[in-house]
Ligand binder design. Structure first.
Ligand code: 13P
Ligand code: 13P
Ligand code: MG
Ligand code: MG
Ligand code: MG
Length: 372
């Protein structure tokens, strides 16, 4: 069995919240290469999207392994020091705890981990996003694994015809449920259509009994109890041979769907699929970016990455993103660009309620609806 882990954190932005400094990427790659040389990891590559640094690692320690999580934590401490040394913005932003104990749960860094027996050919895609929340993967995952208008294999591949099982987390109540699709598609959509609360955590093939997907589902604000930056989730998707083909996995991103997270974590904005070189959200700290790094996992090694959205066939999605961004921006501080009050990551409302408490008066009686 091999485990593919993506562990990520924002440990400082260059400039503002737009990118990771090259010195931090170099330090991350050095640490990964040493960990491979020392035998902790089978392989390790740094990735980045916006101001978030990802450690993409293969190893044999399973998910939630103390040695792998504590290694990642130490790397993030080191990149935080580099960020402090350069005066980068929000140095150590996602490190919410002072000391490591056991694993990264509740400590700030996000992680997606998937353990599997390597197939003769094992194509995987590592998706990294910036300026959005973990529920941003719900719509594309639904399309990949449940929508025959996206994924032809659901109709014409005998190994996919039975469908997939989706594991959905309720991040508010800390509960989870499995939906058996296509039988329970409509039930599932009722929940995952509310992505601030319900988040797809994993997907499994009913025919192969193989896990195909792992997502990072941590919500920073729920850990910290206040806004400390956006979650900027990651996701692993395995492809081909009874799972969606590579092109079926990428196809949902040809539509610039809207997700929560841009500018102070408090606005809806469209997701822009981009090459690694363009993964630097700037306009209104957005639009949210997603990169897709393709690898063939072979004998535990990460052959790649291929920068999969570095492809003119996603130009229209990018153009659509810009159009939607223009349209939403013109709403300024109005919904639906601004998130609804209960989902705002920043708010002056509590202060205003206190400040204005004695200025609110009853409406004129004529304006009050008559009791029924
Ligand atoms: P190739 O013939 O290029 O391998 O394509 C196979 C396929 O089914 C792609 O969707
Ligand atoms: P990050 O989570 O990417 O740091 O974004 C924070 C933010 O509020 C940008 O406007
Ligand atoms: Mg940041
Ligand atoms: Mg970020
Ligand atoms: Mg963030």
């Amino acid at each position: 069995m091999v485990t593919l882990s993506i562990i990520k954190a924002d440990t400082g932005g260059f400039v503002g919240h737009s990118a990771v400094h090259p010195d931090m990427l170099a330090a991350g790659q050095d640490a990964l290469s040493s960990a491979v040389a020392d035998g902790l990891l089978l392989d390790g590559k740094v990735g980045h999207c916006g101001d978030d640094l990802s450690l993409i690692m293969t190893h044999e320690h399973g998910a939630d392994a103390e040695e792998v999580h504590s290694f990642a934590w130490d790397v993030f401490l080191r990149t935080t020091e580099i960020a402090k040394g350069l005066g980068l913005y929000g140095a150590g932003q996602d490190l919410l705890s002072d000391a490591f104990s056991g694993n990264l749960r509740g400590m700030g860094p996000g992680y997606a981990e998937l353990e599997f027996t390597e197939r003769p050919s094992e194509p995987v895609v590592c998706f990294l996003a910036d300026k959005t929340e973990p529920g941003a993967w719900n719509l594309p995952l639904y399309k990949m694994f449940a929508d025959p208008f996206n994924t032809a294999g659901l109709v014409i591949d005998a190994k996919m015809h039975a469908g997939f099982r989706f594991e959905v987390y309720d991040l508010y109540e800390e509960k989870r449920i499995w939906f058996d699709c296509p039988r329970e598609l409509y039930e599932m959509l009722m929940f995952i259509g509310a992505p601030a609360r319900y988040v797809i955590h994993s997907v499994e093939s009913k025919t192969l009994h193989e896990q195909a997907v792992a997502t990072s589902t941590q919500r920073l604000s729920l850990i910290a109890g206040k806004y400390v930056g956006k979650d900027d989730p990651v996701m692993i998707v395995r492809c081909q041979s009874g799972l969606p083909a590579l092109g079926e996995v990428l196809e949902p991103f040809s539509f610039a769907y809207t997700a929560g997270g841009c500018m102070r974590g408090s606005h809806h904005a469209p997701m822009m699929p981009v090459s690694v070189n363009d993964a630097h959200p700037a306009r209104f700290d957005g639009p949210p970016r997603v990169v897709a790094l393709g690898f063939q996992v072979h004998q535990g090694k990460l052959i790649g990455p291929r920068d999969l959205f570095d492809d003119p066939s996603f130009d229209r999605a990018r153009a659509q993103t810009n159009e939607v961004m223009d349209y939403l921006r013109r709403h300024g501080p109005f919904e639906p660009h601004r998130l609804p009050l209960e989902d705002l990551e920043y708010t002056t409302m509590a202060d205003l309620e206190k400040l204005l408490a004695d200025r609110w008066q009853s409406m004129p009686e004529a304006a009050v609806p008559a009791p029924r």
